[in-house]
Write a protein that binds this ligand. Sequence first.
Ligand code: T46
Length: 139
Amino acid sequence: MQVVKYVFQPHGDERGQLVALEEFRDIPFRIKRVYYMYDTVADVVRGHHAHKSLEQILICIHGSCKILLDNGLGEKKIIPLEKPYEGLYVSNDMWREMYDFSPDAVLMVLASELYDEADYIRDYGAFVAYARERAAGRE
Ligand code: T46
């Protein structure tokens, strides 16, 4: 299971840092939506779903959190996000959970599609079946 973490180029000078993200240059898809979460309550775990087609980049622009990725085929990885110039690529077919948010965490997400509830796979059993079907199709 491959984890793709981008390290963006900060444009720093004596005033501080600036990161610019351009679609198809820094981000591998057209950015159709941006959302972010903050004031996350301690010990909360968000996510618990995969997607049918959505691609995303997760950037913890302030504070820190952890992302668990699970491919539904027995492989899981935990990726800490704690730098505002790092982005984690999350493909549609990964079950994701976001947790261990610091009180000051702001997790920003760049998404390839508009919000569509029909794109979510929220049942873990259904996700594993879907992952196995896709893997069998690739064999
Ligand atoms: C994902 C992870 C990383 C909207 O109305 N528009 C939106 O674009 C989003 C993302 C959410 N919502 C509404 C739907 C729910 O009533 O906001 C509420 C919270 O959304 P949700 O429970 O899906 O949030 P998370 O943190 O569990 O998951 C989100 C994304 O939904 C999901 O695509 O990959 O962040």
